[in-house]
Design a protein around this ligand. Structure first.
Ligand code: ADP
Length: 446
């Protein structure tokens, strides 16, 4: 059994559109007949299901936003009685009250299928052991990856997030070939491996499948070097299915993640006007499900900022999305400049003076917002210098002072914003303890 499904994943675009259109018509008819919320949306606009025949008709429909899920809490957007679902999950609630999503048996099969495909694209194969360090529970990550990896006939180690010592023990004892977790947690594991002086040769890790939060090439480089893996991006959200909406191929790293377009139709729209933006430009990602049964979504406004483009030289025909810059509602506006924390992270790429442990601190002075960057110096560099002197002295050291100046300038040059950079000693800045890590400390309301 292979989950590089060539028939689907390399389908010529015109045939892919035909498939999407047929599936869309069915989804639209189903939600119109069964979900009062959607029927009302259609009726208010004088639309009938027959008005949405192709993906190009989707613009006639309004966006569905998180509020709709909250207002219809818990089961109001289901097409079927709850008794016909086989599982319920909630979003992590990163941005407020959690929302509920339901799956029929067929939905779980599709969820597992897209994960099996994603893991295949990530380099994983049947027979490999996969340490699943995504959180199990209401969050879609743990069980989602679990079922998909089993479908691919990997050997799943359902350790969940956290318990870093045990993670490392099992990596060594079980010789796991793959790990999936958040990128920030991969850094935590990598850091402990380094601290304990564990020889990478005692591990057998080859692939890391990382997602659930934004990350950049800077973190990829660090995870790959410190864990000895090829790290790829997996993206998804509960409202659409969970992780496995898109995935990067391990041989096409850095060129974007394939959206599994036969199940999820993506659009990128301007965050202010809602109008489509040209291919390759950034905007808000919007998804329409094409095959969901229990809880289809029409034009779901993810709030995630990314771009879409067709990579003609790639292995698959499905559209690729660039890395998520951040959530539009978490974008900072500092002295008129839009800022995502990933932009600061990107500046850190290739830096040997600092580690990937950073945090942005947002403050308000009067009516003006300002942002400072707390960043840890590279522990290796620090260790050498600290041997005979105090932290204060280390920070005054010429090499550190110079690195500090250079980073401050690089941030100004590359982002166009002056930020105060505060150097911290290793271990000071919060780490992921197993899940998503917030890189922003917002002191504005305090
Ligand atoms: P939430 O965190 O919104 O409560 P979920 O647990 O469903 O809900 O997480 C989905 C969200 O996580 C996405 O909308 C996106 O913001 C973020 N996310 C998931 N995967 C990635 C990824 N690979 N890169 C960046 N962000 C991601």
């Amino acid at each position: 059994m292979t989950y590089f499904n060539k028939d689907i994943e390399t389908l010529p675009i015109d045939k892919l559109r035909k498939l999407q259109n047929e599936r869309l018509q069915h989804q639209v008819q189903m939600i119109y007949n069964t979900v009062p919320f959607y029927k009302q949306q259609f009726d208010e606009r004088g639309l009938k299901p027959s008005d949405i025949r192709t993906v190009h008709d989707l613009h006639k429909l309004p966006f569905t936003k998180k509020d709709a899920l909250r207002e219809n809490y818990p089961f109001g957007l289901f097409t079927v009685p709850v008794s016909d679902t086989v599982r319920l999950h909630c979003s992590s609630g990163t941005t407020g009250k959690p929302i509920v999503v339901g799956y029929t048996k067929k939905d779980i099969d599709i969820f597992s299928e897209v994960i099996a495909r994603s893991l295949t694209a990530a380099g994983c194969q049947k027979g490999m052991k996969m340490q699943n360090a995504y959180g199990y529970g209401l969050f879609t990550g743990g069980l989602g990856l679990h079922y998909g990896a089993e479908k691919l006939e990997m050997t799943v180690i359902p350790i969940s997030g956290g318990g870093t010592e045990k993670q490392i023990m099992l990596l060594q004892d079980f010789q796991s070939e793959a790990i999936c977790c958040t990128p920030s947690y991969a850094l935590t594991i990598a850091e402990m491996i380094e601290k304990k002086g564990i020889d990478l040769k005692s591990l057998n890790l080859k692939y890391a499948v990382l997602g659930a939060e934004p990350w950049t090439e800077s973190v990829r480089a660090e995870v790959e070097a410190k864990l000895g893996v090829t790290a790829t991006n997996i993206y998804g959200l509960s409202e659409i299915i969970g992780p496995g909406v898109s995935q990067e191929d391990f041989e096409e790293k850095g060129t974007g993640s394939y959206v599994w377009e036969d199940h999820f139709y993506p659009e990128i729209v301007d965050k202010d006007t809602g109008e489509p933006v040209p291919e390759g430009q950034t905007g808000v990602l919007v998804f329409t499900t094409l095959t969901k049964e229990a809880m289809p979504m029409m034009r779901y406004w993810t709030n995630d900022i990314a771009s879409l483009y067709y990579d003609k030289s790639a292995k698959r025909t499905h559209v690729k999305m660039g890395p998520i810059l951040g959530r539009s509602d978490e974008m900072l506006i500092i002295r008129g400049v839009n800022l995502f924390h990933t932009q600061v992270e990107a500046v850190l790429e290739h830096s040997t003076d600092f580690s990937s442990n950073y945090q942005l601190v947002v403050k308000r002075e009067g009516t003006m917002d300002s942002v400072e960057v707390n960043i840890e110096i590279n522990p290796e560099l620090y260790k050498g210098l600290l041997k005979e002197t105090s932290l204060e002295d280390v920070l005054q050291h010429e090499k550190i002072q110079q690195a500090h100046k250079m980073l401050t300038k690089k941030i100004k040059d590359e982002i166009g914003l002056s930020m105060k950079v505060n150097l911290a000693s290793p271990g000071i800045i919060p780490r992921s303890e197993g899940g998503k890590l917030s890189r922003i400390l917002d002191l504005r309301s305090k």
